[in-house]
Design a protein around this ligand. Sequence first.
Ligand code: AOF
Ligand code: ZN
Length: 349
Amino acid sequence: MKRCIQLGRMGFPAASPNPAVGCIIECDGQVIGEGYTQAFGGPHAEVMALSSVKNQDVLSKATIYVSLEPCSHYGKTPPCVNRILESGIPRVVVGILDPNPQVAGQGIHRLLEAGRQVHVGVLEEEIRSELRFFLTAQEQKRPYTVLKWAQSADGFIAPLASTRTEKTPVWLTNRAARQRVHQYRTEIQSILIGWKTAEEDQAQLTARDWAGPSPRRILIDPQGKTSPHSPIFDQSAPTTLFVNQGMTYAALAPIEVEQIRGSVNELPKQVAGYLHRKQCNSLLVEGGAFTLSTYLHSGQWDEIRLFRSPVELGDGVAAPQFKADFIRQEAIGNNQLEFYKNTQNSFLI
Ligand code: AOF
Ligand code: ZN
C-alpha cells in the first residue's frame, strides 16, 4: 500500500479533481503490475495496473492493492470493478472507501457479491492525507482551503500602503520560497486574493516559475475598484470576480462575475459553494491581511502554510493572528516554512 501511495503521487496534480490513486498487482510475492490515475478524464489506477501485467494468465492467482475503493459507476470511464471482475483476480486489498455517493461502498459490495476476497482499511490515515483535497470536496461539499502568507521577522506581511512608492510586490521571501509558492499554485485548483493585494502587488497569480497549469483566479472586489487593465484580468488563466450586487463589468467579457450575497463574513461560504459547483476541490488564499483574517474567522479553512523571512520591515500591515495546530517546519534557505492545520481538521498534513 506504501507503493500505491507513491504511485498515486505520480498522478498528482494532473488527475485533479479526481483523486490521485495508486495500484499494484502482486503474485507470489512479486509486483507484476503498477498503475496510477491518469490526467482528469483518463483511465483509473486499477485499469492502468491491470493492463501493465505482461502475463495476464497469472491474474487468476494474483492480488490487487489499490489506495481507494474501486469505482462501480460509469463516469468519464467505465467502472473499475467491471475490469477487476473480468480479469479474474481473486483478492482485492483496498486502502480506504470512496465517499463519492456514486460509489460509497458499492464497489466493495459488487466484488464481494462476485465471490472475491476483499480487505478494506490499510494505511488509512496516510491515504486520507494524500487525498485530502478530493475527500474534503466529497465529504464537506467545499474545496480544501489552504491559507498562505509570508511575514517579516518583526511580524508584518507588507509595508503600509501609504509608504509604498510603486505598485510592485515587496519580497519578503527568497527565490526558492517564491518558487515553492508557484509549485503550490500548480497543485491547487483555485487561488484567491482581495482587491487591495491585486492593486498593490499588481498580482497575476499564475504559476510562472513552475511547470504545470495555473489555477482559477478568484478576486474579491466588492466595489469593483480593480482596473480592467490589471494583470489579474489577463488571459493567462480563468478568472472570477466577486462584486457587490449592481456592479457591472461589461469590459471584462471573458471573466466570470459573481454577485456577492450577504456580509463579508459569509463570503468564504459563498465562494466555497461556487467553487464546489465548478468542481474545484482546492483553494489557496494568498491575502492580504483582511482576506486572510476573514477566512481565519470564518473557520472555512484547513491548512496554513506560513513563510517566515529574516527581513525586518520596521512598520507595516500586521500579520494575521491565528490559533491552530503546529504540524511541522522546513527550512528553505534563510526562510522557514511552517505548516499548521485547523484544530477541527482530521487530516494529517
Ligand atoms: C477508482 N480508481 O484511480 C480513481 C477513482 O469520471 P471518472 O470515470 O474518471 O470517475 C471519477 C470518480 O472515480 C472520482 O470522483 C472518484 O469517485 C473515483 N476515482 N476510482 O476506481 C481511481 N481515481
Ligand atoms: Zn475507477
